[in-house]
Structure formats: C-alpha cells, structure tokens
Ligand binder design. Sequence first.
Ligand code: FMN
Length: 435
Amino acid sequence: MKLRAKLCIGMSLAPTWLSGEGWRRPDSGIEGLYSSDFALEIARRAEAAHLDFVFRPDTYYLPLEPLEQSFGFSSLDATLMMAAIARETSRIGLLTTISTTFSAPYMAARQLMSLHWLSRGRAGCNLVTALSGNENFGLPEMPTSNQRYARAAEFIQVMRALWSSFPAEALRIDRAAGQYADTTLIHPIDHKGADFAVKGPLNLPEFPGPRLPLMQAGGSVTGMDFAGSVADMVFAQTPDMAAALAMRQELSARARAHGRAPRDLRLLPGLSLYLGRTRAEARDLFLSTHARVDRAQRIARVKAATGLDLTGWEGDRRITAADLPDTPPAARSPTQAAALAAAIRRETPRVDDLLARPEVLASLHWQVIGTVEDAVSEITRWFEAGAVDGFVAVLGGAPSSLDLTLGELIPRLAEAGLFRSAYSGTTFLEHLEQD
Ligand SMILES: Cc1cc2nc3c(=O)[nH]c(=O)nc-3n(C[C@H](O)[C@H](O)[C@H](O)COP(=O)(O)O)c2cc1C
C-alpha cells in the first residue's frame, strides 16, 4: 500500500545521459560540463516541471580507466554547484552529497547551513559513507562498513548539535538597543566521541525556517538502519519491483524501530530512463549508448552475476538452466543476478541476445527503455503497489531523454494526479511534506 498520495521526484545532475557514447553526439554539450550553465539549465527546467529537487551524487577520487572513454568520476564539487544554482532558482530543492567518512562535521555543517541560507531553505544533503578515496585522506585502508556507519551516526549527531548551537532566535539585530545577538542562547556543544571532538558553537546562525532534509545512500542492513534513524529519503538501486518492495518494507521496520513513522522515510530509487518516440527508437538509443561495452566485458559481467563463463561460446548457442552453476558467486546485486538467472531459465536465450540485455549492459537501477507511456505505466505500477515513494530520474542516452522526461513524462504524471502541478511551498522540506 502506498504511503503518500503523490510521488516525490528528484533529478540527478550527474550527466548520465552523456555516459557511454552519449557525450560523442553532436548535441551533447559536453564541452560545457564543468561550467555552471550546464547544471543550471537543467535545474531551471526541473524547477519549471515542479520537481522536488535536483541532486548531485559526488565522490572524492578519480579512477583513470573510465576517464579514457568518458567523463567518468570527474565533476565539480556538488555543494559549490548547488550554491551556483541557488542564486538562479527560487523553488526547487538542492540536494548535495557529503561523505561522512572523509569530511569533518564542522565544515560540512557550515557548508550545508550556508547553502540553506543562500537558497532560503532549499538545501538538502545526501550522506554517503563512500566506497573509495581513502588514500586522498591519509587513510591507508578503507574503514570497514561498520566503522563507516558508526562514524556517520556520530557525524550527523555533531552536525545537528552544531546547527542548533546558534539558534535562529539568538539573532536579535536590535538597532535601537545595539544588540546584534543574544549570546545567552548560543552554546558550545563540547562533543567528545569515538571519531570527533568538536567544541562549537557553529559560526553561522541556523536558518529561520524548515530544517534541511537528509538522504542516505547505502543498501546494507546497517545502512538502512542508519536511514531509519535520521534520513528523510533513501537513494537506492532497485533493479526490479520485488527488490523495491522488500527494501520499502525493511525501511518501514527500521523507521518504526527508531520511533518514526514509515511515511517519513521515502524510498526514492534511481530510475534510469532511455526514452524514445517509439520503443524501437528507445532500444536503439540504449544499444548505441553501450556500443563500446565489448563482448569480453559483457561476458565478464554475466560471469560476475551468475558464475556462468560464456567465453568461447557461439553467439547462436542457447543457454539453459542446466548451464547455470549450482552456487552463484556473491554478486554486487543479488537481485540483479537472480533476475539474470531467472531470464535464462525462462527464455533459454541465445548467447548474443543475453549479452544485449539491459541487466548485462547497464546500471543496477530500475530502468525503463521505451516510450513516455511505458514510463508512466511502470512508475504508476510501482507507486500504486507501495514499492516506491518516488524516484530520482537518472537519464540515459541523449539530451532527448531529458526533453521527454521533463517535457512530457512529468506533465503526464501530474495530469494523472500522481504529481504536483504547482509548488505550494518554497522550501525543500515543504515540498517533501506536501501530500
Ligand atoms: C544508490 C547509491 C548511491 C551512492 N552514491 C554515492 C555517492 O554519490 N558517493 C559516494 O561516495 N558513495 C556513494 N554510494 C556508496 C555508499 O555511500 C556506501 O558507501 C556503499 O553503498 C556501501 O554501503 P552499503 O553496504 O550500506 O551499501 C552510493 C551507494 C548507493 C547504493
């Protein structure tokens, strides 16, 4: 059963529609990737479509291998990008990303509260424990998952304490009396914990309006429990509806365990959209985007997911259930691996057909390769089943996917009564709480 009447929709500003071969198209605009105009233009259009937020995932390291063929992990700093967008927009939420593993909570609290002031209540933060980058921060090894989540919990505790250490009411600005601030209301936090020692107070008052919403990205049980304790939203990879339903259920249990209502924690998986005027057009867009994923890479992906090694197999040969190893390897996404194995059992596909499947080629996100109608019906199906509370649009293939999403898909969802047709609030939290 769905927990809210309307979808919550965000738009990823990671330029996924330019990945693979997408950036090589004449209309890609790739040369402007590190300019503020690039993200700004998209944010303006997302605001015109009344989306809840724009969102920038972020990392602090640069693997060189993907950079040879695409922009890979290179990007502007997410929070500075949002500050540039803040000046030029007035309603849309601005969701940045901060790594709790590598950042200092005082700096993060200050940057986020600065963004909240600059945008007049529209800042939000995706808290990530991160997967790599330790060597850029003097750490010879990546801390374990448990260490990272323990630090994340303390990190958010310190940030919240800092935000309330200089409450909005302390700001008096009383010209007649000559009093700028009532310092009896401003307190150090004197935090001393396992990972941080922070005296406080923060050198910036709290924004006098709704608080800054938090997102969590990390799918382990520990990650979901962390989300249950503090997050307003969870960004996730749910390749099929069963995975989303299971995660939604787990998140509800985790929210309740922390004394919160399930509807206060929104599951917003990435939704990868390769849209075309026809299904054939969308399929061509998808295949041409991934044209350079060669056969060896595809075979390696099937092997990693199912344990089946197709090296040397003829393209026409059919794969049957009997070919699947009894014990599949520990896959990065067990759901996706199971989906691939199920497709083999069900369809006994030809090797070439299996190697062209979306599960082999693309991300672990929920994915629609089709028309706007296909996307509307898929989103409606997942939402009505209570599997998701909305999604983060992660666009694929070409700028045309972006045009179809913002120009047609979102208006269609609004016409169907599943999404707002105008903003009723001016802050990020107000958008999230609008039912
Ligand atoms: C959907 C999703 C998005 C993520 N985005 C980021 C990101 O932008 N930057 C980053 O450093 N880590 C990112 N991560 C990594 C997580 O922060 C986390 O370190 C990782 O998923 C391991 O935690 P887990 O075992 O709970 O999933 C992301 C993870 C997921 C599942």
